[in-house]
Write a protein that binds this ligand. Structure first.
Ligand code: FPP
Length: 238
């Protein structure tokens, strides 16, 4: 990990990532926003590879939010295609070969094309017994929606009010297995939570990178991990 490397350097167990800046990256180059998303998909592939090589156990990325439906129809359908054909279909054999387990969290509502839902199920099924990094795609995801859905599920189970605690709520989240987030990352110089993993990131270190998402790679990820470690060391010294 470059000049900051020490033996004490720790790789965060769970990294959650807001992949922001595809549109601005494209604009800077006189390209279409959708070209930014295509480049973003390649960056995502590099980051998944890189994180897996670094020994990250859990990587969760914000691929499509419950708010993203408000974008122009053409951009929404482009993003659907991208997740369907690129991430799930074209990349899944490689992910599988690299022992990566794929999960998807989010609302499986009527707006998600049936074909995408099917592809999600196939990919999750294909990789479910893999023992390497778990790569979770937050798709049609929002933290508030997740909490609402968890509450609905708790009520539907007839759980009495006095039995509700943090642990129970976690058991009713989209994926009860997902551990708490250690490093919460956002690219593109924006400083917003945007409804991403707010419950799971309650105790996370937050790192904000100026890099636009399509420029992300393993080395930038390592810089974020260095920052994470520097903060940890500071707190450790108190
Ligand atoms: C934010 O950039 C990014 C998204 C809304 C989608 C994230 C998608 C990818 C990284 C590509 C991989 C694709 C999928 C579907 C997994 P932005 O468009 O908000 O950029 P801007 O803020 O510069 O306009």
């Amino acid at each position: 990990m470059g000049k900051h490397e020490t033996n004490e350097a720790q790789v965060p167990r769970h990294i959650a990532c807001v992949m922001d800046g595809n549109g601005r990256w494209a604009k800077q180059r006189g390209l279409k926003r959708t070209d930014g998303h295509t480049a973003g998909e390649e960056a995502l592939h590099r980051v998944v590879q890189g994180a897996s090589e670094l020994g990250v156990e859990w990587l969760t990325v914000y691929a499509f939010s419950t708010e993203n439906w408000k974008r122009p129809k053409s951009e929404v359908s482009f993003l659907m295609q991208l997740i369907d054909k690129s991430i799930l279909l074209n990349r899944r054999e490689e992910l599988h070969a690299n022992n990566v387990r794929v999960k998807v969290i989010g609302r499986k509502d009527w707006r998600v094309p049936k074909g995408v839902l099917r592809r999600i199920d196939e990919t999750v099924e294909l990789t479910k017994n893999n023992t390497g990094m778990t790569f979770t795609i937050a798709f049609n995801y929002g933290s508030q929606a997740e909490i609402v859905d968890a509450v609905k599920s708790i009520v539907a189970c007839g759980v009495p009010a006095q039995s509700i605690d943090e642990k129970l709520i976690e058991q009713h989240m989209y994926d009860a297995e997902l551990p708490e987030v250690d490093l919460w990352l956002r690219t593109s110089g924006e400083y917003r939570l945007s409804n991403f993993m707010t419950w799971q990131a309650s105790y996370a270190e937050m790192v904000f990178l100026d890099t636009y998402w399509p420029d992300m790679d393993k080395s930038v990820l390592e810089q974020a991990i260095v920052e994470f470690n520097e903060r940890h060391r500071r707190f450790g010294g108190l």
